[in-house]
Design a protein around this ligand. Structure first.
Ligand code: URA
Length: 285
């Protein structure tokens, strides 16, 4: 971590998460320059405060979530994350303007159902955008994230994909490398067994049931020929576990998020979090 770091060090269990705020408002997180956190302006903080508040009405939850989604889409689409080429145009005054033009086509893909809440945000920013859908649910017998439905643009392999899911949890059954060296008295293989058993058990018991869905959805995109570096995953909130799991498996994709929280509780809800996003946004259980 260099001297330009102005940011925040937060304790997460035994891990220190260092949020680096030096590169304009793009923040490498956990040392990963492909994870971008929106600039923590007072406006964003106020919006997050409203949607995190358990007393917030459903109408306000939808309205203010939509505002944040819009910021995420603007960040993902318009700022730095999609390639551009130089473009010189002539203005009505007869002068030349050295501008840029987007290179390549994009599409959105929402992970149902919570990801569908982010579709309008993309439509508002990207004219006539194509939007695919993926439905993944946990198989109650095997606890695996199972693909039930995928409808994607036929030319998706040629596109940049904005993958949409408001909460990134995505459990990794692998132990976090940075925890292992701290526990010398237990052998590594015993610890691995313990952690794997505990992760498997808690995955079975979890309520939001999103474990592994992000990873499975990315695999679906890759199976359809999308290039990993062309995937931009947009989230409102991430758990550090989710970032580690997803970026560990797909290191060339990018994440754009509004905030990174402390971790997960025993029910696999993000903490401090905002509760069950889908229930609060759609008003159903
Ligand atoms: N999904 C949610 O809606 N909330 C969480 O905290 C985690 C996953």
């Amino acid at each position: 971590v260099n001297s330009r770091v102005k940011g925040v060090v937060r304790r997460h269990g035994s891990l220190a998460l260092v949020r680096v705020l030096d590169a304009g408002h793009m923040s490498p997180v956990l040392g990963n320059p492909r994870v971008h956190v929106l600039e923590p302006t007072q406006q964003l903080k106020a919006l997050l405060t409203i949607i995190r508040n358990r007393e917030t009405s459903r109408g306000d939850f939808i309205f203010y979530s939509d505002r944040i989604i819009r910021l995420l889409v603007e960040e993902g689409k318009w700022l730095n994350h999609l390639p551009v080429v130089e473009s010189v145009i002539e203005t009505p005054t007869g002068s030349q303007y050295q501008g840029v033009d987007f290179l390549g086509k994009i599409c959105g893909v929402s992970i149902m159902r919570a990801g569908e809440s982010m579709e309008q945000g993309i439509r508002d920013c990207c004219r006539s955008v194509r939007i695919g859908k993926i439905l993944i649910q946990r198989d109650e017998e095997t606890a695996e994230a199972k693909l039930y439905y995928a409808k994607l643009p036929t030319d998706i392999a040629t596109r940049y994909v904005l993958l949409l899911d408001p909460m990134l949890v995505s459990l990794s059954l692998r132990p976090a490398e940075d925890v292992l060296p701290r526990v010398a008295p237990i052998t590594q293989s015993r610890l691995l067994t313990l952690i794997t058993f505990r992760a498997y058990f808690t995955l079975l018991m979890s309520r939001p049931a999103t474990g592994g869905s992000a990873i499975r959805a990315i695999q679906v995109l890759l199976d359809h020929g999308v290039q990993e570096e062309r995937i931009l995953f947009l989230n409102l909130l991430c758990a550090p576990e989710g970032i580690r799991a997803v970026m560990g498996q797909y290191p060339r994709m990018q994440i754009v998020t509004a905030d990174i929280d402390d971790g997960l509780d025993e029910h696999k809800f993000i903490t401090p979090g905002l509760g069950d996003f889908g229930c609060r946004y759609f008003g159903t259980d």
